[in-house]
Ligand binder design. Structure first.
Ligand SMILES: Cc1cc2nc3c(=O)[nH]c(=O)nc-3n(C[C@H](O)[C@H](O)[C@H](O)COP(=O)(O)OP(=O)(O)OC[C@H]3O[C@@H](n4cnc5c(N)ncnc54)[C@H](O)[C@@H]3O)c2cc1C
Length: 376
């Protein structure tokens, strides 16, 4: 990373070069804006490096559905712009229904998806077993969402940042500590005149903007050795949403992703408010046991690595995208919880529409930070 002269002025300073910041930088640079990215660490080294890279349409709320559907469509439209190392693979998702109640819910999900142009097909138990022969028997069926995909997130963030740089964006190794009178303040002491500052500093945003309603949900992931076991789609239990957004302080749910290397990436866990990054063996054991219940073959495969990451969450599980009423010029792009890789491209389009005063590509209101009340 080069260090630019801080005497220059910019249209926008982006704080953070994770998936969200890199996407915002690329979108702004594509519009011809003068962009400075400030990143204290590695590009894509935060939550982005810990994530699973599942690009998934989710429907826990109408706003989440709109943002994930729009963003997944953008990934698909733009897939050829990314180098091979981003490993874009249209794995599809199969939402597995454990019993008849879940089957009813899955079919309803399928109706909603199809009504909005998202391909979704109900798989009865024999068809599910044919699609995923290594899945345990006895499930009530599954909903195949064929357009969902998987990527390798840190490389995707790097690729977006490189493309922003190709269009003139500069990157500096430093940290943003505030914005005052249209100047962005850097930790090393510099002040950068800028019309706007996009806060895409992920989990760290809660340190320098402590009044924001941001929390943390720690997650664990495990990757297996290369295996002959067959997992063909991203497999997720239908109860995943309940685990992700329920009231429990600790939960696990089955979520498995086939990698191009014949490894299986296994998730997922959620621990609300836990900020330590060490592996919590009891919850990891619960996560693995859950995995084995769905894919019994996992019991015979070595795990090669486990790690944790912190998802930044908000009280309504929707990101904060929009101007911060307390700080003129500050635009928030944070709090994406477990969907920040998926929704990075949609977030970037929304951020650019705010900066340029254009009509947003989807409804922006549900994501406005002001939904949590106006400043005192
Ligand atoms: C276990 C796990 C699994 C997940 N799986 C998925 C998935 O399958 N699909 C999906 O869509 N999402 C998934 N996510 C969520 C996703 O990874 C995050 O939502 C996303 O990476 C957030 O990106 P970000 O750019 O906001 O944050 P980060 O990637 O954390 O980037 C923030 C950056 O800001 C920098 N920074 C910090 N402080 C400052 C400062 N003061 N100034 C400037 N820069 C600063 C940091 O160094 C960091 O590089 C998962 C997350 C976890 C933890």
């Amino acid at each position: 990373m080069s260090r630019p002269g801080v005497g220059r002025s910019y249209d926008v300073v982006i704080a953070g070069a994770g998936m969200v910041g890199a996407a915002c930088a690329e979108a702004a640079a594509r519009e011809g804006l003068r962009v400075l990215v400030v990143e204290p660490d590695l590009c894509g080294g935060g939550a982005t490096a810990a994530g699973m890279g599942h690009l998934v349409v989710m429907d826990d709320s109408p706003a989440q559905f709109e943002l994930t559907r729009y963003s997944c469509a953008r990934w698909k439209e733009r897939r050829d712009e990314f180098p091979e190392q981003v490993e874009f693979r249209e794995t599809g998702t199969i939402w597995i229904a454990a019993d008849e109640d879940e089957a009813v819910a899955a079919r309803k999900k399928g109706d909603l998806f199809r009504a909005h142009g998202v391909a979704a097909e109900w798989l009865d138990p024999p068809t599910l077993a044919e699609c995923e022969p290594d899945l345990a028997p006895g499930f009530a069926g599954g909903l195949l969402v064929a357009g969902d995909a998987a990527i390798y997130p840190p490389r995707a963030a790097q690729s977006l940042l490189e493309r922003a740089q190709d269009r003139g964006a500069r990157v500096v190794r430093d940290a943003v500590v505030g914005m005052k009178d249209r100047e962005v303040l850097l930790r090393a002491g510099g002040r950068v005149p800028a019309a706007a500052c996009v806060v895409a500093s992920g989990e760290a945003a809660r340190h320098w903007l402590p009044e924001l309603p941001l929390g943390v949900k720690k997650g664990h992931l495990l990757i297996t050795d290369r295996t002959a076991h067959r997992v063909r789609h991203q497999l997720v239990e239908l109860g995943y949403s309940r685990s992700a957004h329920g009231d429990e302080l600790e939960s696990v749910a089955f979520n498995a992703q086939p990698r191009g290397t014949r490894q299986i990436l296994l998730g997922s866990s959620r621990q609300v408010g836990v900020t330590t990054r060490d592996v919590d063996w009891p919850i990891l054991r619960r996560m693995v046991r859950r995995g084995i219940r769905f894919l019994p073959g996992l019991a015979t495969i070595m795990a090669t690595r486990v790690w944790t990451g912190l998802r930044q969450s908000t009280p309504d599980s929707l990101p904060l995208i929009g101007e911060d009423a307390r700080r003129p010029g500050v635009i928030l792009a944070t709090g994406h919880e477990g969907l920040g890789v998926t929704t990075s491209l949609g977030t970037a389009d929304l951020v650019v529409s705010i900066m340029l005063g254009r009509a947003p590509p989807i409804r922006a209101e549900p994501f406005r930070p002001s939904r949590f009340g106006s400043p005192p």
